[in-house]
Design a protein around this ligand. Structure first.
Ligand code: ADE
Ligand code: ZN
Length: 334
């Protein structure tokens, strides 16, 4: 593929469905806040200024250390602007982001409302000035356990509306079972929220099946290791459960040795609805433009494949249908 064709693909308008809000914080932003608040975070950065961690579990603890300097609703509003500047610079016109009440008021509904209001105001301003539309998904953290997840679900249920559109689960997939969180997912579903859960990033196909069967999710975060059992792959295709695939994240964290070994192309060819996201872009040294360029180069995907990915993302977005139509036009989908 020519350089011009690659550039054209990487510059396409995009929709991103899987972006951890704190995980999208540029390291310079976190360092700036740490300095303002006199917090010593030098242990989580490399000399070149990037985040420093050894493996996935260590990544989660560095993530939580970085997040610890985000204290007030105003801090989260500033983060929102910094994150959406990156999204807009990468041609993203619609994004869904994972927000954790655990980090925004410790699961207290009253405090959560204040954080959410501040984030929303910043997002509304960014929509007017940068042309990127954001929606929120409340996310419980698996390794914080099912009881804490109930507080997150209650925050989500109490604030569900046209902006706060989903509930999900992130965190350490090797802790507990999907079904341990069924109470929280049921509460969120009853409040009208759409559902997604991280599964099949670290554990295998059975984990993906359990997320679908036990939590009745609409989408799966990652889901790539479903490739180990074609019956699970076919179930995803048949039920049209969309995968939020984050190829650069998977390669950086060592789920796959290289992009060429990543199953996204096999999943797509077998009929699974796949989409592309960055997960925690500065942690994995990626951007949406980089993801698009790398995929086009590695799998020789032409514009029609990216049309399919974009269509999948807009079809599986948790926003209301009026927003979906507006975004489809911006994405140049008919
Ligand atoms: N939280 C932030 N990034 C995550 C990931 N890739 N997997 C699970 N939990 C996360
Ligand atoms: Zn994730």
């Amino acid at each position: 593929m020519s350089d011009e064709a690659l550039i054209a693909i990487s510059k396409r308008p995009k929709a991103e469905l899987h972006l951890h809000f704190e995980g999208a914080a540029p390291p310079s932003f976190i360092r700036g806040l740490a300095k303002e608040k006199n917090v010593d975070l030098s242990g989580i950065f490399r000399e070149d200024g990037s985040y420093d961690y050894r493996d996935f579990v260590h990544f989660l603890s560095v993530y939580e250390a970085a997040t610890s300097v985000l204290k007030t609703p105003e801090d989260f509003a500033r983060l929102c602007t910094a994150v959406l500047e990156q999204s807009a610079a990468n041609g993203v016109v619609y994004s869904e982001t994972f927000l954790s009440p655990d980090f925004c008021g410790g699961g207290d509904v009253g405090a959560w409302r204040e954080y959410l209001a501040a984030i929303r105001e910043a997002a509304d301003h960014a929509e007017r000035t940068m042309g990127v539309t954001l929606r929120g998904i409340v996310t419980c953290i698996r390794h914080f356990g099912p009881e804490q997840a109930k507080s997150a679900a209650l925050c989500a249920a109490e604030t569900a509306d046209d902006w706060l559109v989903g509930f999900g689960m992130a965190g350490d997939e090797n802790k507990g079972k999907q079904r341990d969180f069924a109470y929280s997912f049921d509460m969120a579903r009853e409040a009208g929220l759409k559902l997604t859960s991280h599964a099949g990033e670290w554990r295998g196909p059975q984990e993906v099946r359990e997320a679908v069967d036990d939590l009745r999710v609409d989408r799966i975060g990652h889901g790539v290791r479903s490739i180990g059992d074609l019956a699970v792959v076919d179930m995803l295709a048949e039920k049209q459960v969309t995968l939020e695939v984050c190829p650069g994240s998977n390669v950086f964290l060592g789920v796959y040795g290289s992009l060429a070994e990543h199953p996204i192309d096999q999943l797509r060819k077998r009929g699974v609805k796949v989409t592309v996201s960055t997960d925690d872009p500065p942690f994995f040294h990626t951007t949406m433009e980089k993801e698009y360029g790398d995929l086009a180069r590695c799998f020789n995907w032409d514009a029609s494949v990216f049309d399919d990915l974009t269509r999948n993302a807009i079809d599986a977005a948790f926003c209301d249908d009026q927003t979906r139509e507006t975004i489809a036009k911006k994405l140049e989908l008919s």
